[in-house]
Ligand binder design. Structure first.
Ligand SMILES: *[C@@H]1O[C@H](CO)[C@@H](O)[C@H](O)[C@H]1NC(C)=O
Ligand SMILES: *[C@@H]1O[C@H](CO)[C@@H](O)[C@H](O)[C@H]1NC(C)=O
Length: 218
């Protein structure tokens, strides 16, 4: 059984604003100076719709002209940063890549517990990624508040990788998906512990490397 200590800090009231990826620049981000005014999503901090209708990427992977905002090299260290004030007590996040325009996302880093209580997280772009165009995603399951899934996606270009898309997809687990009418829900005040976190894992909140996966979804 999963036993989770209640975090020592008290839950603060849930505000109406949430969090968004501000680096690298996601599709339709107001932080990206090259986003046309008419495409800016000023509600980028909002979660995905609970009915699943705008999973993945709030639908922006299919209705926004493709334009890479970063060119990343395999084997190098990069960072993401997050903006917004409502961290909802943290939660668990994943960083992932899609080589099939958003049909599947595969995890390059999981941050289990305490995410995003830091505004910046480092990760290494694996050596065995495939080169070319990809979608990079930040997903988040908040610890407190409504049961939601957050997902911001970025058009990126990758070079220097030694892999193929197919090999990458086999070697890296699919992202965890919940709270989008897909038969899997998270539980408030219980940290999400990914069953398949991938190769780079950071721990925070009450989660450690010996925590049991939660919730259990097929
Ligand atoms: C994150 O990476 C960007 C781009 O490489 C860099 O400009 C920025 O300084 C980094 N942020 C931090 C906090 O290190
Ligand atoms: C993704 O979509 C773009 C056009 O939107 C297309 O050129 C490309 O071939 C697609 N990639 C895959 C892997 O389906």
């Amino acid at each position: 059984m999963l036993v989770k200590a209640v975090a020592s800090f008290m839950a603060i009231g849930v505000a109406s604003a949430h969090m968004e990826l501000d680096w690298p620049y996601p599709l339709r981000s107001k932080f990206d100076p090259n986003t046309p005014e008419n495409l800016i999503d000023y509600s980028m901090t909002s979660p995905l719709d609970a009915d699943g209708s705008n999973f993945p990427c709030k639908g922006y992977n299919t209705n926004t002209p493709w334009r890479a905002t970063v060119a990343w090299s395999a084997g190098q260290q990069y960072n993401i940063s997050l903006a917004g004030s409502a961290t909802h007590g943290g939660g668990s996040c994943q960083l992932s890549l899609s080589y099939d325009n958003g049909t599947s996302f595969h995890v390059i880093e999981s941050i289990e517990g305490g995410c995003p209580l830091q505004s910046k997280y480092d990760f290494t772009m694996p050596d065995d990624v495939a080169n070319g165009d990809a979608l990079f995603a930040w997903t988040w399951f908040n610890f407190e508040g409504n049961r939601e899934m957050y997902m911001n996606c970025v058009d990126i270009t990758i070079s220097g990788g030694s892999g193929t898309a197919g090999a990458f997809e086999s070697a890296y687990p699919a992202i965890f998906v919940a709270n989008v009418n897909n038969g899997c829900s998270t539980v408030e005040q219980q940290e999400v512990v990914f069953a398949n976190p991938g190769k780079q894992v950071l721990y925070g909140g009450s989660v450690t490397s010996s925590s049991s996966p939660f919730p259990s979804c097929s």
